[in-house]
Design a protein around this ligand. Structure first.
Ligand SMILES: *[C@@H]1O[C@H](CO)[C@@H](O)[C@H](O)[C@H]1NC(C)=O
Ligand SMILES: *[C@@H]1O[C@H](CO)[C@@H](O)[C@H](O)[C@H]1NC(C)=O
Length: 483
């Protein structure tokens, strides 16, 4: 497996709070905000990165560090902020969130997908298609326990759920604005992928509620890549994807859609009671797909060192700058793990390891309530659209984990429910002289797009096409119709 931002850990905590109770909780946070003193030392200057080890010269500023999200200052979220390369004052602010739950927006997002650099051996090489060409990019390691984010009280890692995460993210951004007041009224977008199909809409909804009291978040849109939006539709799209890509046989497809479907299996798995029939079906599926295919991109080669070595320590290899920018480095995750575990890198980032020995791509200490997977976030997209917030759902079309077909069905269904007519009919879009994917827009506010040849981590495997999509999204334009 190359990147594991949809990695699921075994179930431990089984209770979950309904998302509805959030409104009352928000009232509570607002109280906390009233008590918060602005004079507390929140200065961006102490977070400024002088230079990351091995980094090429760049013209933009970078910052990273911590923002505490509780008043006892026990819980702190880590962020990395890369200002826009050109004229940051005129560019929007974009918060990027990776999924998991429990995977790092720094390691997966910034250093493997859409940030300015990618680690390569001892050095960092430029990502030509970094999203900070178009926006000021803020990468947040969330929830608590992910990456460099920590709590000094380890009970904070227990029973973490969507609600806790949403509120922490809101508090984070509120306090981050105290460090960076020049971004307070800036056009704000939230983007993310995978399980961020929960985080992003939930955070956006909290912002809208918060704005009713105090207009703080100038939210202009959200973008979701291969997102978990509705458990059954998303997960049951897997069978057809496997089958149509030749990963499973006709007979296995039949039992995977009749005897036990994937949503049932996952649901049983996280309740700790897998039925004999699901167990049988899944081992048949597993045997045929094999573990030598990356489920996040069924066409991409796997990084053998990452898959075969538990320690994830790379044997030295020669990777030139040319290779990294011209082709896909399928071992980028290993490179990132090595890089972010260097003492000099951690020092340059103002990062600390608290309660863990090593920085990990996906948290080993976070105990997330996995039954939250079953909370549908499609209705939240509906209410955001009603509040005038544009929504883009995009799909790397080689991903079997959250396949494009499920996302397309969900977006179409939402458009129908909201009575939004098609404003851009299903058609190809272009990047360069090639088809970048397909797109459809409803009511000029709800968009769906595929990225052709892209994995679950679309900006990782199709950086150029992803950047075109990102730019169009920020500008509120439909995707290029011609070349
Ligand atoms: C998946 O299985 C569940 C439980 O058996 C069932 O309720 C649901 O209708 C199935 N979904 C699909 C798409 O087959
Ligand atoms: C959508 O299209 C239908 C049929 O053409 C039309 O009656 C309706 O007014 C349209 N709705 C909107 C919101 O434009």
């Amino acid at each position: 497996m190359v990147l594991s931002s949809s990695h699921f850990s075994p179930p431990k905590i089984m209770h979950s709070l309904p998302w509805k109770t959030i409104a009352s909780t928000v009232a509570l946070i607002q109280l906390c905000f009233l008590m918060e003193v602005e004079s507390s030392l929140y200065l961006s200057v102490t977070d400024k990165i002088t230079m990351l080890p091995g980094q090429p010269q760049v013209s933009f500023q970078q910052f990273s560090g911590y923002v505490t999200v509780d008043d006892k200052k026990q819980r702190a979220l880590f962020y990395y902020f890369a200002e826009a390369e050109i004229d940051p004052a005129s560019k929007p602010l974009v918060l990027w969130l990776n999924g998991g739950p429990g995977c790092s927006s720094l390691g997966v997002g910034a250093f493997s997908e859409n940030g300015p650099f990618r680690p390569s051996g001892e050095i960092l090489v430029r990502n030509e298609y970094s999203w900070n060409r178009e926006a000021n990019m803020l990468f947040l390691e969330t929830p608590i326990g992910v990456g460099f984010s920590y709590s000094t009280d380890t009970s904070s890692y227990e029973a973490v759920n969507d609600m806790v995460t949403g509120i922490d993210n809101l508090v984070f951004l509120r306090r981050w604005f105290v460090k960076f007041p020049e971004y307070r009224q800036r056009d704000l977008f939230i983007a993310g992928e995978s399980y961020a199909g929960h985080y992003v809409p939930q955070l956006a909804e909290l912002m809208i509620q918060f704005n009713k009291k105090e207009k703080l978040f100038n939210l202009k849109g959200i973008a979701l890549g291969n997102p978990v939006l509705e458990f059954a539709t998303d997960f049951n799209s897997r069978a057809e994807f496997f089958w149509s890509h030749g990963l499973i046989s006709d007979s296995t497809y039949r039992i995977f859609t009749s005897a036990c479907n994937y949503s049932r299996y996952v649901s049983e798995y996280y309740r700790g009671s897998i039925s004999p029939i699901c167990s049988r079906v899944m081992s048949q599926v597993g045997r045929e797909t094999s573990k030598f295919v990356d489920k996040y991109d069924v066409t991409l080669d796997v990084c053998m060192s990452s898959m075969l070595s538990q320690s994830k320590i790379l044997s030295p290899q020669q990777v030139t700058e040319h290779q990294v920018t011209e082709t896909i480095d399928v071992c980028v995750e290993d490179e990132t793990i090595n890089y972010l575990n260097r003492r000099d890198v951690q020092k340059a980032l103002h990062a600390r390891l608290v309660g863990v020995k090593r920085w990990a791509v996906c948290s080993n200490i976070l105990d997330y309530d996995m039954l939250n997977l079953e909370i549908p976030t499609i209705p939240i997209l509906g209410s955001l659209i009603k509040a005038g917030i544009p929504v883009l759902v995009y799909s790397g079309d080689q991903d079997s984990v959250i396949p494009l077909t499920g996302s397309r069905t969900l977006v179409h269904g939402l458009a129908e429910e909201l009575g939004l007519n098609t404003t851009v009919p299903y058609r190809v879009w272009f990047e360069g002289k090639q088809v970048g994917g397909w797109t459809q827009v409803y009511g000029n506010v709800l968009s769906f797009a595929t990225i052709r040849g892209a994995s679950h981590e679309a900006p990782f495997s199709q950086p150029e096409r992803s950047l075109v999509l990102f730019k169009a999204f920020l500008e509120g334009r439909s995707l290029p119709e011609a070349f």
